[in-house]
Write a protein that binds this ligand. Structure first.
Ligand code: FES
Length: 120
């Protein structure tokens, strides 16, 4: 028999971190979290959860969590750059935001974010 604690341990071993409960997220609205010192934006869209970097590559604003949703994209509220919720790529297809794997177990959301590397 598989116990809940087995699932949680497996997620931890795979590098996932508990972030919040499913009910903590509002549909079509982002929320900001720090995981392993990395700032991320988490969205719930039609009961699917997506995690992206919260820092826009255009002018490094920390506003992606506050972006509005247009189809499968989140739009940076600063100047309108658009990023795919699933991949983080820009609407042109070029690299944009880092995207992070999400696991949901029961009411818990886990996200895998590698710790920041310091280059000093
Ligand atoms: S800072 Fe995001 S589009 Fe300019």
């Amino acid at each position: 028999m598989i116990k809940n604690s087995d699932h949680l341990k497996k997620f931890e071993e795979e590098g996932f971190t508990y972030v919040c409960s499913f009910g903590d997220l509002k549909e079509y609205s982002g929320k900001r979290f720090f995981v392993n010192d990395v700032e991320i934006a988490v969205f719930k869209i039609n009961s699917e959860v997506f995690a992206l970097s919260n820092i826009c590559p255009h002018q490094q604003t920390h506003l992606i969590y506050d972006g509005f949703i247009e189809g499968e994209f989140v739009v940076c509220p600063a100047h309108g750059w658009m990023f795919n919720l699933r991949t983080g790529k820009k609407d042109s297809g070029s690299n944009g935001l880092e995207s992070y794997p999400v696991q949901i177990f029961e009411d818990k959301i886990f996200i895998k974010v590698s710790p920041k590397k310091n280059n000093w």
